[in-house]
Design a protein around this ligand. Structure first.
Ligand SMILES: C[S@@+](CC[C@H](N)C(=O)[O-])C[C@H]1O[C@@H](n2cnc3c(N)ncnc32)[C@H](O)[C@@H]1O
Length: 306
């Protein structure tokens, strides 16, 4: 690396340290903990991997999941240390990738928005969440007052307000989201949807705008099936996932029935009441499939029919 490149990288690193101090500190510490090249183990300081953090972080914007982060890490460590330097195996980098991805979600993607998540993520939060709640109760096996519901990746748990009579608990991996939910008096705990298990089985498990955080979709469905008595409800973008593939994963995980309903509530703009009613009426019309080709998602209720 020549002097000009060296100086460019140093300036970029200083900019990141100034603009994203938390993420910069977290990624540097994660790299020290995993110590991919064994430098900390032989006495290097904990900030030894700052230079690598400085070239990894700007690429995280392009990552859609931990798998992408894994590829970035392997490429960056090859670039810094050469293919022949002894490093962690690609398999061992998977754990580093999970931790860096979690830090990215926590520090950049969701943390800063947590204090006002529901108010800012939805143009008309009341209409949007009320419609979601209505379908949670009615799609597939009905929920009854007193039923327990576990809302995975719940954000600030704003959905709870729309499910009176249901015993709501949320789980989220972002400490800022959990804190924000608690400030609103909601029962929300810190946890990862891939691993969290409620103390008692629940009637329903929900997961909205977060199914892509399941590391292995079928394993996630099987895990949820283990503690879910009536149904698992989630949203699915058919332009992103093939419904047939998801149905197969659900079946293998023990949910042999799947009820789908187009969910036509705009997230980013609000509409007058009449237009909202017209959109909701479209959900049950033969035209729904056409609209789903370009916008909106399905709401899915998966359950067992023994
Ligand atoms: C797009 S927001 C959706 C929040 C809420 N479900 C909603 O529909 O408004 C995604 C949420 O998933 C959380 N999250 C990301 N990965 C997670 C994981 N592995 N386990 C639990 N929560 C996760 C984020 O912190 C964030 O609050």
């Amino acid at each position: 690396m020549d002097d000009a490149e060296h100086s460019r990288r140093r300036q970029e690193r200083e900019r990141l340290r100034r603009e994203q101090p938390q993420l910069f500190a977290d990624v540097t510490e994660i790299l020290a903990q995993h110590d991919p090249v064994g430098l900390v183990a032989v006495g290097a300081p904990r900030d030894e991997y700052e230079a690598e953090a400085g070239t990894i972080i700007p690429r995280l914007d392009s990552a859609a999941d931990a798998r992408d982060v894994h590829r970035i890490l392997v490429e960056e460590f090859d670039r810094w240390f050469g293919r022949d330097t002894p490093k962690m195996s690609a398999g061992d980098f998977a754990g580093v990738a999970e931790d860096v991805w979690a830090a990215w979600l926590r520090d950049v993607q969701y943390g800063p928005q947590a204090a006002r998540w529901t108010e800012t993520a939805y143009a008309d939060p009341y209409a949007y969440l009320a419609h979601r709640a209505e379908l949670i109760l009615s799609l597939g096996p009905k929920l009854e007052p007193g039923d327990a519901l576990l809302d995975l990746a719940c954000g600030d748990g704003g959905l709870a307000e729309h499910l009176p009579g249901i015993r709501y608990r949320g789980v989220d991996t972002s400490p800022d989201m959990v804190e924000s939910a608690r400030q609103h008096g909601r029962d929300v705990v810190l946890g990862d949807l891939n691993e969290y298990e409620p103390p008692e089985p629940v009637a329903a498990t929900t997961c909205f705008r977060a199914i892509y955080y399941a590391r292995d979709r079928e394993a996630f469905f099987r895990h949820a099936a283990g503690y879910t008595e009536k149904k698992l409800v989630f949203d699915l973008n058919p332009r992103q996932y093939r419904v047939a593939d998801v149905r197969d994963d659900l079946r293998r995980a023990g949910f042999n029935e799947l009820e789908l309903r187009p969910f036509f509530s705009p997230q980013r703009f609000s509409l007058p009441g009449l237009a909202v009613s017209a959109l909701h009426a479209l959900e049950r019309s033969p035209l729904a499939g056409l609209l789903l080709r370009v916008r909106f998602s399905y709401l899915c209720a998966a359950f067992r029919n023994e």
